[in-house]
Design a protein around this ligand. Structure first.
Ligand code: UD1
Length: 422
């Protein structure tokens, strides 16, 4: 297991390229199960979660080839031999549940391990299951697995989600493409990853309207065909690297960056005193002079402030002028980075879903532990700003979602390296 070692204090200047979105790719890959023709994804990120999804699809009989150093995924599901997603893979990655809808829609059968809890909360999958049941799936939960059957195929229906779920919207949307008749998803998630999935499904021959709004209508078709689709850029990686010059000072160009993907986050960053400019090729973010101002943040489904940027924003607020209030409304246990940031000298008080951060003049390097994906990168951001050396342990969390973080940051002037943990 590796650690990341950072000497803080360097100002960052230069360019950081943004990869394709992990969360989009993790839902686009199972879409291969909907057709026996090839599905090719370009602009795929090179991450361990993507390899885990490839392993899962492979275990079902799909062929997944990685080309162009992993940036192209060529997939084919013409010979699916198994309908079972085993616990050993699902426990590594919750997004494995996304094979359920496609398997069921095309093969009428799926057995998928229930993902269980994770570091940031209980994270049930009841909405996925209720949505598929509404389309006529017969479900049976036993031995830690959901056994799903639709022997006569799925039938379109109205599915009204009681709360907004990205994963449940994706699972039911994929299933509905091959259901008989019309499906209407109400209170659907509006995340850019949903829009990207819908665009890819439409390229494959699906009939979908309303993706990106809270009502998505799907007219089922008999079969889908092959397609080539570029994965949308990773708005969470984008937001994370927008914060890098914000914590250290400097100017960073983010080619491919799109403000519309991170609008509510960008508004908060500007309120804190960070400059953001749209350039012909992307975004430019600068912190030239002066202190960062404390701002309040409440996470919400898209287009609100993303929960996946809350930990990173907290790293910035640790040295802001004043006191900020960060409220987490999506996951119940998503402040595990707070005690680690406090080991670096931050003043944070957590009560339930609210963290109150009193800005301090500077953070000091310390040994810290990554607890989940976004928490680990918030510690890296804090370390870039801190005085002295920080060692971030358990960086396998980081490798799930950030491609070559140490290369990207050292290219803009950070003193950061990966070392094998002893
Ligand atoms: C996705 C993202 C994750 C992000 C999250 C919220 C992927 C692979 N992951 O996760 O990075 O943090 O969206 O933007 O895309 N819920 C239920 N029952 C369900 C499903 C969800 O109660 O069946 C709850 C969850 O516990 C959570 C809330 O709904 O409190 C939102 O979760 P959801 O949008 O489903 O997150 P994921 O799709 O798992």
């Amino acid at each position: 297991m590796d650690s990341i070692v950072i000497q803080g204090g360097a100002r960052l200047d230069g360019r950081i390229p943004i990869a394709g979105a992990k969360n989009a790719c993790l839902t686009l890959m199972p879409a291969t199960l909907l057709t026996d023709e090839p599905l090719t994804l370009t602009n795929a990120p090179r991450l361990s979660d993507i390899r885990t999804m490839a392993e899962l699809l492979g275990s079902l009989g799909a062929e997944v080839s990685t080309l162009q150093h992993g940036q192209v995924l060529a997939m084919s599901s013409h010979d699916i031999r198994s309908f079972k997603a085993e616990y050993d893979i699902v426990r590594k990655m919750r997004a494995s549940i996304l094979v359920l809808g496609p398997l069921l829609a095309r093969h009428g059968e799926a057995v998928v391990s229930l993902p269980g809890g994770c570091a940031i909360g209980a994270r049930p999958v009841d909405l996925h299951l209720k949505g598929l049941e509404a389309l006529g799936a017969e479900l049976d939960l036993r031995d830690g697995y959901v056994h799903a059957r639709a022997p006569r195929g799925l039938t379109g229906a109205e599915v009204s989600f009681p709360l907004v779920s990205v994963g449940a919207t994706e699972n039911v949307l994929m299933a509905a493409t091959l259901a008989r008749g019309t499906t209407v998803l109400k209170n659907a998630a509006r995340e850019p990853e949903i829009v990207d999935l819908a665009n890819c499904l439409v390229r494959m021959g699906a009939r979908i309207e309303g993706a990106g709004t809270d009502t998505i209508t799907v007219e089922g078709v008999d079969s889908l065909h092959g397609a080539t689709h570029p994965v949308v850029i990773d708005r969470i990686e984008l937001g994370t690297y927008m914060l890098a010059p914000a914590v250290t000072g400097g100017t960073v160009e983010l080619p491919g960056g799109r403000r519309d993907l991170v609008a509510s986050f960008a508004d908060r960053l500007e309120a804190a005193g960070i400059e953001i400019a749209e350039t012909p090729g992307g975004l430019r973010v600068s912190r030239r002079n002066g202190a960062v101002r404390a701002v309040d943040v409440t996470t919400a489904p898209f287009p609100g402030f993303p929960t996946d940027l809350q930990a990173q924003m907290m790293a910035l607020m640790c040295t802001a002028e004043g006191t900020s209030r960060l409220e987490e409304t999506i996951f119940e246990n998503r402040f595990m980075h707070a005690p680690e940031l406090m080991r670096m000298g931050a003043e944070i008080d957590v009560h339930g879903g609210v963290a109150t951060v009193k800005g301090v003049e500077r953070l000091r390097g310390a040994p810290v532990m990554a607890t989940d994906l976004r928490a680990s990168v918030s510690l890296i951001l804090a370390a870039l700003a801190a005085e002295g050396e920080t060692v971030v342990r358990r960086v396998y969390h980081l490798d799930r979602g950030y491609e070559r973080v140490e290369e990207k940051l050292s290219a803009v002037g950070a003193t950061i390296e990966r070392v094998p943990e002893t």
